[in-house]
Ligand binder design. Structure first.
Ligand SMILES: [Zn+2]
Length: 90
């Protein structure tokens, strides 16, 4: 399991505890840097928007990788996607 996978699992669990879509969640940065301890604060609504597309990750600004493109930029929070279309279904 990559760090990104782990962060996404934790974040899924955190967002499940939110009571409304306006709740601000303190989520883990989903970049793949093992030493990253950044958190990203965003609303549940935006979190779910990021999750809408498979492969998108929620990362702190500056944590995007050169191979990723920024889909959304919400201040200190970015949603990134892989630049190269990876096959989603093996
Ligand atoms: Zn990070």
């Amino acid at each position: 399991m990559t760090r990104s996978d782990h962060s996404q699992q934790v974040n899924d669990w955190l967002q499940a505890g939110a009571s409304s879509s306006e709740d601000v969640l303190d989520l883990l940065c989903e970049c793949n840097e093992p030493s990253c301890t950044a958190t990203v604060s965003t609303t549940r609504e935006r979190y779910l928007l990021a999750r809408d597309e498979a492969g998108q990750l929620l990362v702190a600004a500056g944590h995007e990788h050169a191979s990723q493109r920024v889909v959304h930029a919400w201040g200190e929070v970015l949603v990134v996607a892989p630049t190269l279309a990876a096959p989603l279904i093996a």
